[in-house]
Design a protein around this ligand. Structure first.
Ligand code: CA
Length: 229
């Protein structure tokens, strides 16, 4: 889950984006002034800030400068189309990316993901081990009981997300968001089809599951066979 601080004075945009990001699984702190934004950035340590440039109390560029003085948090600025010179200036001043208004929530979410990926370069990604399954994000390899399992890119991403949440049900919506970057749904069959391929490669079936358990109407849970009651 990503904690987003949204600084936006337009009520409709703020409410809409807060709801949309929340539905996509993020937690959102929404404020409407630059001063509130700076104090929330300090107090709540969000993972990323989405900063509107036209705020009622302070100039967005000044807010950015103040933010940069107190925090390394990635900042995405939101601006009107004709502000291109401003955007360059803001990127120079420490913004990580920008979105042009009017933007869709999907666009903002994609920028957030991209910024977070970039802001964590070289973060060592440790292997996830669940029972006999070992999934190594660094080498993008997986093995089961010591034998390599050859997965496609999406199968690997799907398995990794499930393994990182081992023991918990992951909803189809979360999977579409995390693996396919489709936070607002998509073809429902996408998850099921990839899941069935993944099952085959792990040598199990939906009828006789070992690691991958469908929870009807909810989602999927990955558990080590030994952890089953
Ligand atoms: Ca505004």
């Amino acid at each position: 889950m990503v904690h987003v601080l949204l600084v936006e004075d337009d009520d409709a945009i703020r409410h809409g984006l807060t709801r949309a990001l929340g539905e996509g699984g993020d937690s959102v702190t929404a404020v409407r002034t630059g001063a509130e934004g700076i104090s929330a950035a300090v107090d709540q340590r969000p993972d990323v800030v989405v900063l509107d440039l036209g705020l009622p109390d302070l100039d967005g560029a000044d807010v950015l400068t103040m933010l940069r003085a107190v925090s390394e948090v990635p900042v995405i600025v939101a601006t009107a189309r004709d502000d291109e010179r401003d955007v360059v200036r803001l990127l120079d001043a420490g913004a990580d990316d920008y979105v042009i208004k009017p933007y869709s929530a999907a666009q903002v979410r994609a920028r957030i993901r991209a910024v977070l990926r970039r802001s964590a370069p070289g973060t060592p990604e440790t292997a996830v081990v669940v029972g006999g399954l070992r999934i190594d994000p660094a080498s993008r390899s997986a093995s089961l009981d010591g034998a390599d399992v050859h997965l496609t890119r999406k199968e690997f991403d799907l398995l990794l997300v499930l393994a990182r949440h081992a023991g918990s049900v992951v909803t189809r919506r979360s999977l579409l968001a995390e693996v396919w970057q489709l936070p607002w749904g998509g073809a429902d069959r996408t998850v099921d089809v990839h899941l069935s391929w993944l099952r085959r490669k792990l040598g199990e079936t939906a009828a006789v599951p070992r690691y991958l358990h469908s929870v009807r109407g909810v989602g999927v849970k990955l558990v080590a066979p030994d952890d089953l009651p």
